[in-house]
Write a protein that binds this ligand. Structure first.
Ligand code: GDP
Length: 137
């Protein structure tokens, strides 16, 4: 069993899509191991996305991620990291496959509804960024 960190981003929370998005993961065999709603500060968003600090979209991305509440969760399942990435679809919704979350709900390459860890190394940074061991069940 593998764990991954998923975020329902502020654009999707604003559109009342929390239930729809969680249900897509659950229907694909992933289990919610931890979950909370929170609003990141700009500094917290910068810390979360520190791997992208030299990218041209870092400022804009961290403004977006701190503009409103998001839902963060740990999902668990077999090949959870790859499975979540497949259900989410490509970063750019214009390239996302039919039936993926980003194809259906993303506004553009930045406001793309969801985040999912891209590797075990990322998950091991991202999960403890939001959750203590006591909160992951
Ligand atoms: P992900 O793993 O599919 O989320 O994609 P990345 O790790 O490459 O990028 C992280 C996040 O930065 C994406 O989910 C988008 O919200 C945003 N992003 C990625 N590429 C771009 C871009 O070219 N322009 C802008 N404005 N945002 C981007």
């Amino acid at each position: 069993m593998e764990k991954t960190l998923v975020i329902i981003k502020p654009d999707a929370v604003k559109k009342n899509l929390i239930g729809e998005i969680i249900s897509r993961f659950e229907k694909n065999g992933l289990r919610v191991a931890a979950l909370k709603k929170l609003k990141m500060t700009k500094e917290q968003a910068m810390g979360f996305y520190v791997v992208h600090k030299d990218r041209p979209f870092y400022e804009s991305l961290t403004d977006f991620m701190s503009e409103g509440p998001c839902v963060v969760m740990v999902l668990e399942g077999e090949d959870a990291i790859a499975k979540v990435r497949k259900i989410m679809g490509a970063t750019n919704p214009a390239q996302a496959e039919e039936g993926t979350i980003r194809k259906d709900f993303a506004e553009n390459i930045e406001r793309n509804a969801v985040h999912g860890s891209d590797s075990p190394q990322s998950a091991s940074y991202e999960i403890p960024y939001f959750f203590s061991a006591l909160e992951i069940l």
